[in-house]
Design a protein around this ligand. Structure first.
Ligand code: AMP
Length: 305
């Protein structure tokens, strides 16, 4: 089954303590769509400007991502720039140029209205809701968000939560959103706001998965060399959504989500090994399976298929 992915498509400039690269393919939807494409057919909704390099479009096409929902607008592509501190975890945003993203309204081609799995990657929650307005109730809807929307669009985010099955956010966002110090309390509180499942990401420390009376803690795959953490969360969400679309034919169960979270973590671990989406360009399905197997073994998870 297919996954519909909506979010930002960007040209990023990223600086780490040892390297800096400009105008890289980025954006929440780019990472999420490419990651999901390792598992299932993907439909991408987003906007790019007339400066968007054709080789990036060719890369997305090569991953068999359906681009019928990709808007091309006159003007410049959304640009984002960030700098990582020495711990490669703390990040400062250096600049944001919205450009064509400022007036982006996601419009779904008719063929996408029945897509069963939907990943609302990071964009304004009102736009995420606008995507759902155009669909018959999908089988499973996942939403990602960020601190910006918790600050400036909280009411929109709360309205969205009543319409999604799962929310993914990081630890600081979960604390900010709920006012709870304990991530366990934060996860449980978000469950009362609409979604049936919540995943709280903890960067290099893995993630926590909450369901009603269910809990799963997943570590992160141990990596020695992290080159660029940008998009790790989006790659995680894309892998998780893609895994569900490929493997779950009935209702989504907590057990399915446990495997999905491990596959999402595997995809994120590969992604941070190189800048932008470079590592995913050369990644094979066999690589994904191999790391999934070794991750399960070292974490003493049963391999659940
Ligand atoms: P992450 O590392 O998961 O926070 O995602 C980083 C990606 O998010 C980068 O590729 C940026 O282009 C993109 N991004 C940054 N700010 C925003 C924003 N306000 N809305 C949507 N995407 C954004």
């Amino acid at each position: 089954m297919s996954v519909l992915v909506v979010g930002s498509i960007a040209l990023d400039t990223v600086k780490t303590p040892v390297e800096e690269h400009a105008d890289l393919l980025g954006g929440s939807a780019s990472y999420a769509a490419v990651s999901a494409s390792f598992f299932a057919p993907v439909q991408l909704i987003g906007v790019v400007g007339d400066d968007f390099p054709p080789e990036h479009v060719q890369f997305l096409e090569k991953r068999n991502i359906d681009l019928a929902g990709l808007q091309r607008a006159a003007g410049k592509t959304f640009r984002w720039s960030g700098e990582y501190m020495w711990d490669m975890n703390t990040r400062e945003t250096r600049s944001v140029e919205l450009n064509v993203f400022e007036h982006f309204t996601p419009e779904l081609p008719a063929a996408y209205q029945q897509t069963p799995f939907v990943l609302l990657a990071n964009i304004a929650p009102s736009l995420q809701s606008h995507v759902l307005d155009q669909m018959s109730r999908p089988k499973f809807v996942i939403a990602d968000t960020m601190d910006l929307w918790i600050n400036i669009a909280r009411a929109d985010l709360e309205a969205l939560l009543k319409r999604v099955d799962m929310l993914i956010l990081n630890d600081s966002e979960a604390r900010q959103f709920t006012g709870e110090t304990s991530l366990v309390k934060a996860g449980r509180k978000i469950l009362t706001m609409g979604p049936r499942y919540v995943a709280i990401k903890k960067g290099e420390h893995g993630c926590l998965l909450f369901g009603e009376n269910e809990f799963f803690s997943c570590g992160a795959y141990p990596l020695e060399d992290i080159h660029d953490p940008t998009g790790a969360g989006d790659t995680f969400a894309g892998g998780l959504a893609g895994y569900l679309a490929k493997n779950v034919h009935g209702p989504v169960q907590f057990q399915d989500l446990k495997s999905a979270v491990v596959f999402g973590s595997v995809m994120a671990s590969y992604n941070v090994e190189a800048f932008s989406l470079e590592r995913l360009r050369t990644l094979s399905d066999a690589d994904v399976e191999k790391r999934y197997g070794s991750f399960c073994l070292m974490s003493q998870f049963e391999v659940i298929k």
